[in-house]
Design a protein around this ligand. Structure first.
Ligand code: UGA
Length: 439
């Protein structure tokens, strides 16, 4: 099939490459000329394992073309995927101006008598598909449908998630659009055996927001339980294990820690809560999820402060900067808040991350020092704070902390180490939802 993909961010670029990988002819466009320049020269705009290879194979087979001109993504296309950004407004609601702008531009390129499905893949509030349809309908008499096909890929495993999804959700307004979308996904359904949920557009939009909000709720729930565990001396890791063995609860997304970050959960929870408040009066459940998430970094720093007395003039090693391993994405990464708070309190910060340093340098204050190995960060530091569960950090031994740090004090926002082993190695170890241990 011939497909257009508009917006080559995480969702758009991975989708374009994977559609081409399974045999479709794809034209990917982006309004940022530098993004197209980079892609044409084989440079990936972000770190995503396996993406470079899939893009290189698809472009050299001639099945994936990058272009600056929207017309080339629309001409001859059976379906055009809308993957532009939907950032947050200050109210928390989604800023749909890029979607609206694209709808107007798309209308200009229809009008050739060829039926197309315009597919929203960006995460949007329920009813956006209808607004896109009306905007375009006002400007053209051509035949088209607007469908919703939410994306469930995770950064760090995006290529795998796209080629082997748990489910495909097709929100379609007509049997004709459904048929086009089912043909698009047929090769992926065949190879993965996943189930397809075919529904209306509103329901598909709702599935996406509800899924992300639910996962964020699971994380905040276990983080709230972690706070209680600390108060009573219980161990949240064992509580999560005991809960997760019940298949009705499930063990996924029950890891207590520094809270969720990234470009999706914080934005989607805010937008879903704002939508609920506007349409039905309140969504207090999600407001509580946000509150618990916001206090997680502060709580970890409070524990560390109580060991060090003051951060002023203390050198703190920050291990891990990206919001999770497998990505260089710094959007809403807890490390940004932690580092700013440390600097505000007069600490010197020396930071390590295996891939996110270039992106981190763009957003963190210039006084942060960066090093290329975790042990270098800890050399001469008074304490270490662990913020991302990278293998390079999990692979450290308790002895590494004791030998390298000036004071062997570790505040671990990811619960990567066994408290008893840390204690035996002579480390003061402060983790989440477990007893603090001292040598
Ligand atoms: C998330 C969803 O998992 C994807 O299904 C969805 O497609 C995507 O958002 C999106 O809407 O585009 P992603 O943001 O890549 O994917 O990251 P996750 O792996 O879901 O992790 C989100 C955050 O939750 C991270 O900060 C992670 O450290 C944290 N987390 C996750 C926990 O604190 N505890 C857990 O048990 C799991």
């Amino acid at each position: 099939m011939k497909l257009g993909v508009v917006g080559l961010g995480h969702v758009g670029l991975v989708s374009a490459a994977c559609f081409a990988h399974v045999g479709h002819d794809v034209v990917g466009v982006d309004a940022r000329p530098e993004r197209i320049d980079d892609l044409e020269s084989g440079k990936m705009p972000f770190y995503e394992p396996g993406l470079e290879k899939v893009v290189a194979e698809a472009t050299s087979a001639g099945r994936l073309i990058f272009d600056r001109d929207l017309a080339n993504a629309v001409r001859d296309a059976d379906a055009v995927f809308i993957c532009v950004g939907t950032p947050s407004l200050s109210s928390g609601e989604a800023d749909l101006s890029q979607v609206e702008g694209l709808a107007v531009q798309l209308a200009r390129h229809l009008g050739d008598g060829h039926y197309r499905v315009l597919v929203e893949k960006s995460t949007v509030p329920v009813r956006t598909g209808e607004r896109i349809y009306r905007t375009i309908r006002r400007l053209t008499d051509d035949e088209f449908d607007v469908a919703s096909n939410p994306e469930f890929l995770r950064e760090g495993s995006a290529v795998h998630d796209t080629l082997h999804p748990d489910r495909i959700v097709l929100g379609s307004p007509s049997p004709r659009a459904t048929e086009v979308l089912e043909r698009v996904y047929q090769p992926i359904v065949e190879r993965s055996g996943c189930e397809t949920v075919v529904t209306d557009v509103y329901t598909a939009e709702m599935i996406k927001h509800a899924s992300n909000a639910f996962l964020a709720t699971k994380i905040s729930f276990i983080n709230a339980v972690a706070e209680l565990c600390e108060a009573v001396g219980a161990d949240v890791e064992v509580v999560a294990k005991g809960m997760g063995l019940d298949p009705r609860i499930g063990s996924g997304f029950l890891r207590a820690g520094i809270g969720y970050g990234g470009s999706c959960f914080p934005k989607d929870v805010a937008a879903f809560a704002a939508l609920g408040e506007r349409l039905v009066g309140d969504f207090d459940l999600l407001r509580a999820v946000q509150k618990i998430n916001e206090r997680a970094p502060r709580r970890l720093l409070d524990k560390l402060r109580s060991e060090l007395w003051y951060f002023n003039e203390k050198r703190i090693a920050v291990l891990g900067l990206s919001f999770k391993p497998g990505t260089d994405d710094m959007r809403e990464a807890p490390s940004v808040r932690v580092i700013r708070a440390l600097l505000d309190d007069g600490a010197q910060v020396v930071a390590y991350d295996p891939v996110a340093v270039p992106k981190a340098k763009e957003i963190l204050p210039p006084e942060v020092e960066f090093v290329s190995a975790p042990l270098d960060a800890m050399e001469d530091a008074h304490a270490a704070v662990i913020l991302t569960d990278w293998d390079e950090i999990q692979g450290l031994s308790p002895d590494d902390f004791r030998r390298t740090l000036r004071f062997p004090i570790v505040a671990d926002g990811r619960n990567l180490f066994d408290p008893e082993e840390m204690r035996r190695a002579g480390v003061t170890y402060l983790s989440v939802g477990r007893k603090a241990v001292h040598p």
